[in-house]
Design a protein around this ligand. Structure first.
Ligand SMILES: [Zn+2]
Length: 418
């Protein structure tokens, strides 16, 4: 009998020790998740990255005015976005028309996801300094749209004041808001916990166990798709696309339509951060029809495109780049969202961590925080995830941007599209 007990203890030990060691290892890795970027810092690009919405907007307006004095016909204007707590939120525009022969236009947009506008704005400022010249304008007009969700940009949220994810809300037809994400209710509890946020709670410290159990049960691609595709049922939930057009989405339609009207080919680059390998520019479109795909592959030939239907990525409804295509449905259209990775979300630990950061921020917004420290921790993790403070990260993504834009703009200007 004693021997049997002894054997049982040994067997349980053999099973339990690796499990406990594994959990311990993951616990330490998860709760100390951070990055050391090794890329060499390029001082000359750092000034494009601003520390507040107002600063970014001021610099965008300044450069817009400079371009306006250089290029005849440039239009600089703004669209106010109403808010219950701020009377100074605007979307800013700079439109530089192409030459008389130009039949193409580039639309470069930032800040659809509020605080992602910090990096988006930096890329736009870089673009204004380095790419707008007579040679480019010979072939194409350029429309820059700055801070599409100014509320989120200023108040460090991804969503609008109404908790709406604009990259799930962008459409020209309000049928979108009646669509159903059948799988979202199944993941609701995993991503929308209730009650005040306490960062040190067991549920938060061991969040990865809950997430991994669910990944094993459902598989990562299924789970990722259910969570990220967008939903129109739960206003307090993550990835909520709303039940109607957000005002700016409705108000942008005639502006984009009027400006693009004289052109036959529209190339829309929408700037985002967070998803994907850290420090890398991902070309990350939603799946598109074959002729559109072919044009995108021509422009970005030799560069990797993460089609949203591969295992690591996902598809979503109400996307902003697709919406520009819908406004220009009678034209040749080429969308390309740029996604600058920050959290290595292609890895299990990175994807759980980034989701967890979003969950706590959304929870805090709806239910509050247990303490001031909890609020500071969650908000600073959130900002760091969407706008890394690392100079090396900022230098690297600008390096990637230059490589991609050098090629894409050249090919866009040269190619004949059908
Ligand atoms: Zn985004």
């Amino acid at each position: 009998m004693k021997k049997a007990i002894k054997i049982s203890v040994i067997i349980i030990g053999i099973i339990l020790i690796p499990v406990i060691a594994g959990i311990g290892y993951f616990y330490v890795a998860y709760n100390n998740f951070s990055f050391e970027d090794e890329y060499k810092v390029n001082e000359s690009v750092l000034s494009y990255f601003n520390n507040s919405y107002e600063e970014a907007r001021k610099n965008f307006r300044f450069k817009s005015d400079e371009l306006s004095s250089q290029y005849l016909g440039t239009q600089v204007f703004k669209l106010p976005v109403n808010s219950s707590k701020d009377t100074n939120l605007t979307i800013d525009f700079c439109f530089i028309p192409g030459s008389e022969n130009a039949d193409k236009i580039i639309v470069l947009s930032s800040g659809v996801h509020g605080l992602e506008g910090f990096t988006g704005s930096a890329v736009q400022l870089f673009f204004m300094d380095h790419y707008i010249n007579h040679e480019l304008l010979e072939n194409t007009g350029v429309l820059l749209i700055h801070g599409i969700n100014p509320y989120g940009f200023k108040y460090i949220r991804r969503v609008t004041e109404n908790n709406i994810d604009l990259n799930r809300n962008s459409d020209i037809d309000n049928k979108l808001y009646t669509s159903k994400n059948e799988d979202y209710p199944r993941v609701y509890d995993l991503i929308n916990p209730k009650g005040v946020v306490k960062t040190g709670s067991l549920a938060n410290r061991f969040y990865f166990i809950k997430a991994i159990k669910r990944i094993i049960k459902e598989s990562m691609p299924v789970l990722r798709q259910a969570v990220l595709q967008g939903q129109y049922e739960f206003p307090e939930g993550l990835f909520y696309g709303g039940n109607d057009f957000e005002p700016q989405i409705e108000n942008l339609i005639p502006i984009i339509d009027t400006i693009c009207k004289p052109y036959n080919v529209v190339f829309a680059i929408d700037l985002h951060t967070a998803y994907g390998e850290r420090g890398k520019l991902h070309l990350f479109p939603n799946p598109v029809e074959e002729p559109v795909k072919k044009r995108m592959e021509e422009i970005f030939e030799g560069l990797h495109i993460d089609w949203g239907d591969s295992d690591d990525f996902y598809t979503y409804s109400g996307d902003f780049a697709g919406y520009i295509g819908k406004i220009n449905h009678d034209k040749i259209f080429i969308p390309m969202p740029f996604e600058y990775g920050t959290m290595d979300s292609q890895l299990t630990i990175g994807s759980i961590k980034s989701l967890h950061v979003m969950i706590m921020e959304n929870q805090g917004e709806h239910y509050g925080y247990n303490s001031k420290e909890d609020s500071i921790k969650v908000k600073s993790d959130f900002l760091e995830m969407y706008y890394p403070s690392s100079d090396a990260w900022r230098s690297k993504i600008m390096h990637d941007t230059k490589i991609v834009l050098d090629q894409a703009l050249k090919r866009f200007c040269e190619l004949e599209f059908q």
